[in-house]
Design a protein around this ligand. Structure first.
Ligand SMILES: [Zn+2]
Length: 138
């Protein structure tokens, strides 16, 4: 069966290799787990920790900073952004609508309210990427 392209991010820190909020290509997914391509290697993550979409979003992920983490620094505040293009982390400022990535220079909107994206989470049927992308940016 032909497989549409899928992308996933984790909301929970599950391993050293997988950065929270960063998008990774999904190699395969079952009801129990997803296998992500991380630095060209397969990494298995429990399915419940993953948000899987049928396209790669072009908005900053908003990630809650872990209170005991050394990176990013506490001066970034309680949340920070993860670039949708290069996965770099960056401070987001106060509800900035758009942020330029310090690494790749990409300008992307910030997904402060990304509950709308949950609509597109892959289930049995995946939405067509073009339709989903149109609606995600509106
Ligand atoms: Zn970037």
């Amino acid at each position: 069966m032909p497989h549409a392209e899928q992308w996933a991010r984790t909301r929970v820190r599950t391993s050293r290799q997988v950065r929270r909020g960063a998008w990774y290509r999904v190699l395969r997914a079952t009801a129990l787990e997803g296998v992500l391509e991380v630095n060209r290697r397969p990494v298995t993550v429990p399915r419940t920790f993953l948000q899987i979409l049928p396209f790669r979003p072009t908005m900053w992920s908003v990630v809650t900073r872990l209170p005991n983490a050394q990176h990013p620094p506490a001066s970034w505040g309680s949340t920070y952004g993860v670039c949708p293009s290069c996965s770099a982390r960056a401070p987001l400022g106060r509800q900035a609508p758009q942020v330029v990535c310090p690494r790749c220079n990409g300008l992307f909107p910030v997904a402060w309210e990304d509950s709308g994206l949950c609509v597109f989470e892959a289930r049995e049927e995946t939405a067509r990427p073009s339709a989903a992308r149109d609606r995600a940016t509106s």
